[in-house]
Design a protein around this ligand. Structure first.
Ligand SMILES: Nc1ncnc2c1ncn2[C@@H]1O[C@H](COP(=O)(O)OP(=O)(O)O)[C@@H](O)[C@H]1O
Ligand SMILES: Cc1ncc(C[n+]2csc(CCOP(=O)(O)OP(=O)(O)O)c2C)c(N)n1
Ligand SMILES: [Mg+2]
Length: 323
C-alpha cells in the first residue's frame, strides 16, 4: 500500500463496492446521506488480525464476508432488514494492495448478495503488523423491534440455524496449527462456517412479525448469549438437552465428544438467531424449539439451565479469551 496515495487507493477500491441499491448520497463526500421511512437500526462490529482472524486461515474475501455477517446478524436480530453499511480499514502501510483490493471485491460481492449498499467508510494507517476492519451497519424495521428484554415465563425458546459449527471450525484450525491430534488435511465442511459464517438474516423480520418477544444472534456462544437474554428479561431459560442432538451429532463427526459439546454450548461466531415466542403455535417454520422460559425462583438470579442443571456461562469474552 506504501506505493499508493490514499486517494489513489480509494479510486481503485470504490468501484469494487458499488451496488444496485442507491443511497441518497454514497461515498465521495464528507458523509453519506441515507433515506429511511422510519426508525433506523444501527450497529457496529470490529475484527482485528490475530484476535478475530489469522491470515494463514482466512483470505481477505473471508474476512470481508465474516465482518459483514457479524454486523448484518445484529441488525436482523432486532427484527430489521439491513440496508447499508460503512466500512473502516485500519492497516499497516506494508499491507499488500492486493489484500485491500481482494477485501473490497469480496465485500462488494457480499453486499450485492444481501442488497446492502456501502455508503462510505474510512481508511487509516496502523503500526507494523496491525490490521483492523470495522463495519457499521444500518437497517430498517418493517414492524416493531425485538429487544432482548421481552421474554416472559411461559414463552418458548427457539433457534433458527445450527449451533457449534463455527466453534468446530475454530477447534479444527487451532488443533491443526498446534500440530495436535487434529492435524493433516482439514475437512472443508468442518471449517467452512468459521471462515465464512452465514446467518438466517431473513428470519429476523419473520420472527418479529410472528410476535417474537426477545431475540439476539449467537455471536459469543449459546451459554453466554442465552444468559444475556435471561438477564435482560429477568427470567430463567431452560434448554432441553435433546433439542441440541442434531448439532452435537454433527460436531461429533469432527471432534471428540467433550470438545464437540463445548463447541455447541459455548462456540461463538455462529450468527444463528435465538428468540423467544409467546407460545409453541407462534414459532415460525425453520425455527427449532430449544426449551422454555420460566420464572426466577425467589432469591435466585436470572440464568440458563440445561435440563436440570445450571448451564455455566462459558462463551467468548474478548478480554478473557481463554475462558
Ligand atoms: N464502545 C462502546 N460504546 C458504546 N456502546 C457500546 C460499546 N461497546 C459495546 N457497546 C454496546 O453494548 C452492547 C453489547 O455489545 P456487544 O457485546 O458488542 O453486542 P453484540 O454481541 O450484539 O455485538 C451493544 O448494545 C453495543 O452497542
Ligand atoms: C484467531 C482467532 N482466535 C479466536 C477466534 C474466536 N473468536 C474471536 S471473536 C469471537 C466472538 C465474537 O466476537 P465479538 O466481537 O464479541 O462479536 P459480537 O459479540 O460483538 O458480535 C470468537 C469466538 C477467532 N475468530 N480467531
Ligand atoms: Mg459487538
Amino acid at each position: 500500500m506504501a506505493d499508493l496515495t490514499e486517494d489513489e487507493l480509494l479510486a481503485e477500491v470504490l468501484p469494487l463496492l458499488a451496488g444496485p441499491r442507491r443511497d441518497r448520497l454514497g461515498p465521495g463526500d464528507d458523509a453519506a446521506i441515507l433515506e429511511s421511512a422510519g426508525a433506523i437500526v444501527a450497529t457496529t462490529d470490529t475484527m482485528v488480525r490475530g484476535r478475530d482472524w489469522r491470515d494463514d486461515w482466512s483470505s481477505p474475501e473471508d474476512v470481508a464476508a465474516k465482518v459483514l455477517i457479524a454486523n448484518l446478524a445484529d441488525v436482523a436480530a432486532m427484527g430489521a432488514v439491513p440496508t447499508s453499511i460503512l466500512c473502516t480499514l485500519v492497516l499497516d502501510p506494508q499491507t499488500p494492495v492486493d489484500w485491500v483490493l481482494r477485501f473490497a471485491r469480496g465485500l462488494g460481492e457480499q453486499c450485492r448478495r444481501y442488497a446492502v449498499s456501502v455508503a462510505g467508510g474510512d481508511l487509516s494507517s496502523a503500526p507494523a503488523g496491525v490490521a483492523m476492519v470495522t463495519i457499521a451497519a444500518f437497517g430498517e424495521l418493517p414492524g416493531d423491534p425485538v429487544l432482548r428484554s421481552g421474554a416472559r415465563p411461559g414463552h418458548v425458546l427457539a433457534v433458527t440455524g445450527p449451533l457449534g459449527r463455527s466453534g468446530v471450525g475454530l477447534a479444527l484450525l487451532e488443533g491443526a496449527s498446534a500440530g495436535g491430534p487434529v492435524g493433516g488435511e482439514l475437512p472443508a465442511a468442518g471449517v467452512a462456517h468459521h471462515l465464512r459464517p452465514s446467518s438466517p438474516l431473513g428470519q429476523g423480520p419473520i420472527a418479529a412479525a410472528a410476535g417474537a418477544s426477545a431475540m439476539l444472534d449467537v455471536s459469543d456462544g449459546l451459554s453466554r448469549d442465552a444468559a444475556r437474554l435471561a438477564r435482560a428479561s429477568g427470567v430463567v431459560l431452560r434448554i432441553d438437552g435433546s433439542a441440541l442432538a442434531p448439532d452435537l451429532n454433527w460436531a461429533e463427526t469432527y471432534l471428540p465428544r467433550d470438545l464437540a459439546r463445548a463447541c455447541v454450548l459455548n462456540g461463538g461466531e455462529e450468527h444463528s438467531l435465538l428468540a423467544t415466542f409467546p407460545n409453541a403455535a407462534s414459532v415460525p417454520a425453520y425455527w427449532r424449539v430449544l426449551g422454555r422460559v420460566e420464572t426466577v425462583p425467589d432469591g435466585a438470579n436470572p440464568q440458563v439451565f440445561l435440563d436440570e442443571r445450571p448451564l455455566a456461562e462459558a462463551g467468548w469474552d474478548h478480554f478473557h479469551p481463554a475462558r
